[in-house]
Design a binder for this molecule. Structure first.
Ligand SMILES: [Zn+2]
Length: 444
């Protein structure tokens, strides 16, 4: 009686074994190799049959391996659907069933990593966002525990520590990654930047804020009439309200002296008053007694931070700068339009397909014109279509849609039409603006 049952089970298993080779991922991350085929199988049914067989014949190595492989394969199918906790549960069972299979452990590590990365990328949209950094960090540590050679997990761990301004911990994690796989794109740049940051920030003071992680050079604190907390709080309230934005992440803010800034952001143009690269970096220039300019720069860079969060960086540079300047116009110093007026009168408006290059031009006059033109275009768009449309456009860009397509979908007219209408509207605007000139302040 028993013998008959066993042969039946073995027959069933030998058929299943054909497809129960464990899928192994090619790298440290999930790539859909072989998973498309595997997704066609009825894994819950296969697993339940194998579990039955395994309960009856716990010492049969073929059944045991097949069951572990079935858990593994089903987990990877679930992982491609981002059903992370189920995928992790099945992979843990796979490891338990067959603890000697290193491929399965590597897969478990890759799934923990991908889950962490998904959280890290998308936390602003999640409801438990305030703790998502910690959850991502915990998952990344689990990824490392399952596979100590998962270099991508170390990189992500470093990114998480860096975003929390734990520079020493970030450097340590990235060094581990470099010891495993030094050629991963972006890794060496991270190491260079973190060592620069650590030295520039060594003597800075930390200031507490609910929404920002603030580092300030002691010299900045001597500035009369300037309180970094106050400046950031009022900026956040105004800009996030305008863009209907909820800030769920703590943004690092570093306020430098001129020398420290040059050391930390060596490629910033000489006229730069600040930068945003995931961290808001503000510099006290020769205008350091101009508190209004300092506050305006904070509005500008904070706007970049919001735009980054909404669009994941999928936005043309000129348009990004135009919105930052528009927020300065509302809550900081109104941008000048002298270069724009001149260019208009001499028929030298920058062609739209050349404006991204102009924004970063070493030719200061051209760069300033590009900023003024971008600002003015955004100003026109908001006057004409309203702020909520602009926010809708940013949301579409956040889905990785191309800029032209997103504009057409949001405004119902092609970008080129809006650009043509802007140019027709421009002369009246220049005439008006000239009647009420603003104080001469350099653009940031
Ligand atoms: Zn900018």
């Amino acid at each position: 009686m028993h013998k008959i049952k066993l042969s039946l089970v073995i027959q069933l298993i030998s058929v299943l074994l054909l497809l129960l080779v464990p899928i192994q991922l090619s790298g440290d991350t999930i790539a859909p190799v072989n998973i498309t085929e595997a997704a066609k199988e009825d894994w819950p049914k296969i697993i339940s049959q194998l579990e039955d067989a395994y309960n009856r014949y716990p010492n049969n190595p073929e059944i045991k391996n097949s069951l572990a492989n079935a858990y593994n394969n089903y987990a990877l199918v679930l992982a491609t659907q981002k059903k992370w906790s189920s995928a992790e549960k099945y992979l843990q069972q796979a490891v338990q069933t067959n603890p000697t299979n290193t491929a399965i452990k590597q897969n478990l590590s890759a799934v923990y990593f991908s889950h962490a990365y998904d959280l890290y990328q998308n936390y602003p949209q999640t409801s438990y966002s305030s703790s998502s950094y910690n959850t991502a960090k915990q998952l990344v540590n689990q990824a490392i525990a399952a596979n100590a050679n998962n270099a991508h997990a170390y990189i992500l761990l470093g990114d998480i520590e860096n975003a929390n301004q734990n520079l020493a911990a970030a450097a340590k994690a990235w060094q581990r990654a470099a010891a495993i796989k030094p050629s991963i794109p972006g890794l060496q740049e991270r190491l260079v930047r973190v060592s620069r940051d650590a030295s520039a920030e060594a003597n800075m003071n930390t200031k507490y804020n609910m929404f920002f992680i603030i580092k300030v050079d002691p010299e900045v604190e001597k500035l009369a009439g300037f309180d970094i907390n106050e400046a950031l709080d009022s900026t956040r309230i105004h800009v996030s309200n305008d863009l209907n934005y909820t800030q769920n992440i703590k943004i690092p803010v570093i306020v430098y002296t001129v020398d420290n800034y040059k050391e930390s952001v060596p490629d910033a143009p000489s006229w730069s008053e600040g930068a945003f690269d995931g961290k808001i970096r503000i510099v006290l220039t020769k205008y350091k007694n101009n508190i209004a300019l300092l506050k305006s720069t904070i509005v500008h860079e904070y706007t970049h931070a919001v735009i980054q969060d909404l669009t994941n960086g999928n936005i043309p540079r000129w348009f990004n700068e135009g919105i930052a300047k528009y927020m300065e116009y509302k809550y900081g110093l109104p941008p000048r339009i002298n270069y724009l007026a001149q260019a208009f009168n001499s028929n030298n408006i920058i062609e739209w397909d050349k404006i991204n290059d102009a924004i970063v031009s070493p030719n200061v006059n051209l760069a300033m014109l590009a900023y003024q033109q971008s600002f003015n275009f955004v100003y026109y768009m908001v006057q004409r279509y309203g702020m909520s449309k602009l926010r809708a456009l940013l949301d579409l860009l956040g889905t990785n849609m191309a800029f032209d397509t997103a504009v057409l979908q949001t405004y119902g007219v092609p970008l080129t039409t809006i650009q043509r209408n802007w140019q027709l509207w421009l002369p009246d605007f220049i005439a008006q603006w000239a009647e009420a000139p603003v104080p001469a302040i350099p653009d940031a």
